[in-house]
Write a protein that binds this ligand. Structure first.
Ligand SMILES: *Cc1c(COP(=O)(O)O)cnc(C)c1O
Length: 239
């Protein structure tokens, strides 16, 4: 006979509470206000009914990776008060369909994508808030600006008047221990500090999106303002 498990909604609510508590603990440990760090629930492949359990437990920001999946969830959840973020790799030809639907795009991985977002936001008469994704581990197969290429690209990015650059994002190489990700998080913070002193009027470095289920406390200790967490809330993904 199996153990009787609590309902899934209770388990999700419990995990949301635990993540928020650990975020607060990491913030206080590093002398930061817990209010300065926001939880982005990574909901790729999570069905709408489970997402609603998370919303009922207090989630307010949802991060999606795939355009079609995101648009259908935005439709299905339009009765809820949600700030949608785009956190996945974005193809240029899909930019037009997402303008105006996401409060923040975390994953601007090159100048060409930035130009396309600027162009489409301009056509829609909007400003789009974005983060610049940095390939902080210089991994050959991973998207993002190389750290060395980012500073030379800033003048071109700063000229895009419909883009509001708010900071940097990174997905470091996978590590066995959370502590091993610390140097990557520190590098991203240092890069943001180097950019901030250049004082481009249209480029703010207020946000750092870094840290996932297994390493978010370390990321917060190194300055994260957004952590993107999926598995620790919704459990393992099966697709
Ligand atoms: C899936 C995903 C996450 C969350 O990963 P977990 O390990 O499940 O917390 C964070 N960021 C991005 C870009 C993702 O694709």
């Amino acid at each position: 006979m199996g153990m009787i498990e609590p309902p899934l909604s209770d388990r999700i609510a419990e995990r949301v509470r635990e993540v928020l508590a650990r975020m607060g603990g990491a913030a206080r440990k590093s002398g930061r206000s817990p209010d300065s760090i926001k939880l982005v629930a990574a909901t790729k492949s999570v069905p709408v009914d489970r997402i609603e359990m998370g919303l009922d437990a207090g989630l307010t920001i949802l991060g999606e990776n795939r355009v079609q999946e995101a648009l259908s969830k935005i439709w299905a959840l339009q009765h809820r008060n949600i700030s949608w973020h785009f956190i996945g790799q974005l193809q240029r030809r899909k930019v037009r369909s997402i303008i105006g639907r996401f409060d923040l795009i975390h994953s601007v991985d090159g100048v060409e994508l930035a130009r396309e977002i600027d162009r489409r936001a301009g056509e829609a008469g909007r400003q789009q808030e974005v983060l610049l994704e940095v390939n902080i581990g210089n991994e050959p197969t991973k998207a993002g600006f190389r750290a060395d290429d980012l500073i030379p690209a800033l003048p071109a990015l700063a000229a895009l008047s419909h883009l509001r650059i708010k900071g940097l994002m990174a997905v470091p190489p996978p590590t066995a221990e959370a502590e091993q990700a610390r140097p990557y998080f520190a590098q991203l913070r240092t890069l943001a500090e180097r950019i901030a002193v250049l004082k481009y009027p249209s480029i703010a470095m207020q946000d750092l999106s870094m840290g996932m289920s297994h390493d978010y406390e370390v990321a917060i200790e190194e300055g994260a303002t957004f952590v993107r967490i999926g598995t620790a809330i919704f459990g393992a993904r099966h697709v």
